[in-house]
Ligand binder design. Structure first.
Ligand SMILES: [Fe+2]
Length: 218
């Protein structure tokens, strides 16, 4: 029997592991065969996502709730295309440089589409395709980059807690507390998930080993 419980977010957000090709960054860059990544897997990396009402975002109660709960007091609109973005070529280049931020990156696609690439905990690139109605939050400290897709246009709403800071910290910047915190969060989450499947004596052993070595890999 086929389940009809399709996640509505999948209509506006899809993710997959990228190939290693140097071809045009606007191409999908699927692996062969394709290797999709679920939105739950993204959530394990701290990448959160929603499907919202792009045509009525001013009055969308779900967006209002997210903003209130997460304290997003600032909002502006950023259109990325040669006609509307000053210094287009330079900006496109800098968006595609691998970087991190010390705060969340929050984007809601009100029109068009684009690719947000994020590193997984093994340092592989995951390409997240965000289309009209898709909202994505990248956690502070995750290495990522952005590019337009072949449609060459996105209208994104940007949110922030308080006064916005858009500073990108290009890789490597592993010494920043945001990076350390991001990796620690993933490690602890994974370890707790593993421990739930372990007998109690092994749990204590695992805790002692991790505390003793300050391991940050996952
Ligand atoms: Fe960024």
């Amino acid at each position: 029997m086929v389940s009809s419980d399709k996640d509505p977010r999948e209509e506006v957000l899809q993710a997959w592991y990228m190939d290693d090709s140097d071809e045009d960054q606007r191409l999908p860059h699927h692996k062969e065969p394709k290797e999709f990544v679920s939105l739950d897997q993204l959530a394990e990396l701290g990448v959160l996502s929603w499907k919202l009402d792009a045509d009525n975002h001013e009055n969308d109660p779900e967006l209002k709730k997210i903003r209130e709960e997460r304290g997003y007091t600032y909002m502006d609109v950023c259109e990325v295309c040669p006609e509307k973005l000053p210094n287009y070529e330079q900006k496109i280049k800098s968006f595609f440089e691998e970087h991190l931020h010390t705060d969340e990156e929050i984007r809601f696609c009100a029109a068009g589409s684009g690719y947000f690439d994020v590193r997984d905990c093994n340092d592989a690139w995951i390409r997240v395709w965000v289309k009209k109605g898709g909202m994505i939050i990248l956690p502070a400290g995750i290495y990522h980059r952005f590019t337009l897709d072949e449609s060459n246009y996105i209208k994104a709403l940007r949110f922030f807690v308080g006064e916005p800071v858009w500073t990108p910290h290009n890789r490597p910047n592993d010494h920043l507390p945001a990076r350390y915190n991001n990796m620690s969060r993933i490690l602890w989450k994974r370890m707790l998930a593993t421990m739930l499947l372990m007998p109690p004596r092994k749990i204590w052993f695992r805790l002692i080993v991790v505390r003793g070595t300050e391991t940050l890999c996952c």
